[in-house]
Design a protein around this ligand. Structure first.
Ligand code: CA
Length: 219
């Protein structure tokens, strides 16, 4: 899942990006409100982590313009502003959750997972499809009760495909969601990960729709 982090504090931003990447998220980071605004108009993200005190456009202003465009993107505010009135204002402006700094990275990751779960309409934490069960929190994948060991990118790709089983994703769409800015991408990276998943889960679990992209086998 690909997150956009908007944070002007270099130390906090670096720590969050590193920690969340370690947790399996694809994370891109911008340091001011204007850049965030531009990026959000041109690139797909699954969730926005938004600081409020930002140069060039305040976080609250950014959030309001996002919601004015009817963007459904889940937004989690991360800020040092801890007054009740700030939280109320943030949530009422369209944020889905609010976390006051300093916070624990584990709690942030759990809240992100909760928002992504809600977005996908799931009630249970695990993503399940045709006997395969994927747990975003523990990063475990079970097939018919047997544990399947995946690389972090294979896990992220499987999660992406299983989250919306009806969707066909093109190679470019998969690449966009799997790799952040500055991450080296081999030209055949997606095919390599698909091949790895088929080898581990059985060749028919992921279907190649010729000329369009990939999806999981329909139920
Ligand atoms: Ca700030």
């Amino acid at each position: 899942m690909r997150l956009l982090l908007v944070e002007d504090d270099a130390m906090i931003g670096e720590a969050l990006r590193t920690g969340l990447r370690r947790d399996g998220f694809t994370v891109d980071w911008v340091r001011d409100g204007d850049s965030a605004d531009q990026v959000l108009r041109t690139e797909p993200f699954d969730l926005l982590l938004l600081d409020l005190g930002l140069p060039r456009k305040d976080g609250l202003q950014l959030l309001k313009s996002l919601r004015a465009r009817h963007e459904m993107l889940p937004v989690l505010i991360i800020t040092a502003r801890d007054a009740v009135s700030d939280r109320v204002q943030g949530l009422d402006a369209g944020a889905d959750d609010y976390l006051v700094k300093p916070f624990d990275l584990d709690e942030l990751a759990a809240r992100i997972r909760a928002l992504l779960r809600r977005k996908s309409g799931r009630t249970v934490p695990e993503v399940e499809h045709l006997g395969v069960s994927l747990d975003p929190a523990s990063h475990r994948v079970l097939q018919a009760g047997r544990e399947v060991t995946l690389s972090p990118k294979e896990f992220a790709l499987l999660h992406l495909l299983m989250e919306r089983p009806g969707n066909i994703l093109s190679r470019a769409q998969i690449e966009e969601r799997l790799y952040g800015w500055g991450e080296e991408v081999e030209s055949n990276a997606v095919e390599v990960h698909i091949h790895g998943l088929r080898r581990k889960l059985g060749s028919d679990f992921i279907v190649n729709v010729r000329g369009v992209g990939y999806r999981v086998r329909p139920a």
